[in-house]
Design a protein around this ligand. Structure first.
Ligand SMILES: [Cu+2]
Length: 297
C-alpha cells in the first residue's frame, strides 16, 4: 500500500524532471541532474526520486521524535524520570523496520547496477550488432580505440581544448564549451548498443557521463564495462570523475552521437588519419550552440 503511494509520488516527480529542457551540457546555476537520455538513466532517476522520498520521510519522522522528546520530557515538563531501560516491542520495531527499508532500497538498486554493466535492457543482442569501443584513461586525456582486433582498428586521442592554446584553441563560436570540449571527441552511432571497455594506462581515472547515469573507474590492469543506447543524436559531455592528479580537471569527455550514416563517414575519415580524429568531418556538421563553422584544428 505504502510502497504503491511512494511509487506514484516518485513517478510524478520523475515526469517533472523529464519535462525539463533537453540540454546536452551542464547549465549555469543548475541544481538538479542533467536530463536523462537513455532508458537506464530514466530508471536511475526514478529510483533516485523514490529514495529521496524515503530519506525525506525518515528525516521528518526523526526530527518530530526529537522535538517531541525535547518538549514532553525536559526537566520542567517531566521532573521525575521513569527508571525502566528496555522495551522489547519497540526494540524489535526499530530493528526490523530499518532492515525492511534497506532491503526495499537494495531491491531497486542492485538490478540497476547490473543493467548499467551488462544487461542490455534484458534483451539478447547478437554480438555482431554491438558496437565495441575501448577506452583508456591517461594522465591527462582519454583515448578511444574502435574496431579493436580487426583490420579496421584505429585509436583517437581526446584532449581538452584550452583558451588561447596554440595547438588546441577553444573556439566558443564553434560551439566549444570551456572545460568540456575536446580536440577529437569520442563518437558513437545513434540507436545502437554501444559497449564500452574501460581501463587506464597509468593511474585510476573514471569515465562518467551524467546524462546516461554511467560512471565507472578506469583501473590499470583491469577491464570495466558499461553500455548505452542513445536514440537522440547530439553532443554529450562528461568528465573524469576519479581524482587522478594535477590535471584531473582537464580531462573532459565529449561524445558525439551521430546517425549511422554520419558515423560511418566519420569512421572512414578518422581511420584514414587517426591523429586528426575525423575532426574536419565533425566540423562540417551543423552543431548546437555554434554561431559559425570554424576551421578544423
Ligand atoms: Cu583522470
Amino acid at each position: 500500500m505504502l510502497s504503491r503511494a511512494w511509487k506514484h509520488l516518485a513517478l510524478s516527480a520523475a515526469s517533472l524532471v523529464a519535462a525539463g529542457s533537453a540540454m546536452a551540457a551542464p547549465v549555469d546555476g543548475g541544481i538538479d541532474f542533467q536530463p536523462p537520455v537513455t532508458e537506464t538513466a530514466k530508471a536511475v532517476h526514478a529510483f533516485h526520486n523514490e529514495v529521496l522520498i524515503i530519506i525525506a520521510v525518515i528525516t521528518a519522522f526523526v526530527t518530530a521524535l526529537l522535538i517531541w522528546v525535547m518538549i514532553r520530557y525536559n526537566r520542567k515538563a517531566n521532573p521525575v524520570a521513569k527508571k525502566f531501560s528496555h522495551n522489547t516491542v519497540v526494540e524489535i520495531i526499530w530493528t526490523v523496520v530499518p532492515v525492511l527499508i534497506l532491503v526495499w532500497i537494495a531491491k531497486g538498486s542492485f538490478p540497476l547496477l547490473y543493467e548499467q554493466d551488462v544487461a542490455f535492457n534484458g534483451e539478447k543482442i547478437p554480438e555482431e550488432q554491438v558496437v565495441d569501443i575501448k577506452i583508456y584513461g591517461n594522465m591527462w586525456y582519454w583515448d578511444y580505440t574502435y574496431n579493436q582486433n580487426t583490420d579496421k582498428e584505429f585509436m583517437v586521442e581526446s584532449r581538452m581544448l584550452r583558451e588561447g592554446d596554440a595547438d588546441r584553441p577553444l573556439v566558443p563560436a564553434r560551439g566549444d564549451l570551456k572545460q568540456l570540449s575536446t580536440d577529437h571527441p569520442m563518437v558513437a552511432p545513434a540507436g545502437r548498443y554501444v559497449r564500452l571497455k574501460i581501463t587506464a594506462r597509468d593511474v585510476i581515472h573514471a569515465w562518467a557521463m551524467p546524462q546516461f547515469t554511467l560512471k565507472v573507474d578506469a583501473v590499470p590492469g583491469r577491464l570495466n564495462q558499461l553500455w548505452f543506447k542513445v536514440d537522440q543524436p547530439g553532443i554529450y559531455y562528461g568528465q573524469c570523475s576519479e581524482l587522478c592528479g594535477k590535471d584531473h580537471s582537464n580531462m573532459p569527455i565529449e561524445l558525439w552521437i551521430l546517425p549511422q550514416a554520419q558515423y560511418d563517414q566519420w569512421q572512414a575519415a578518422a581511420q584514414a588519419d587517426p591523429a586528426k580524429g575525423g575532426r574536419e568531418y565533425l566540423d562540417s556538421l551543423p552543431r548546437p550552440g555554434a554561431t559559425q563553422v570554424a576551421s578544423a584544428n
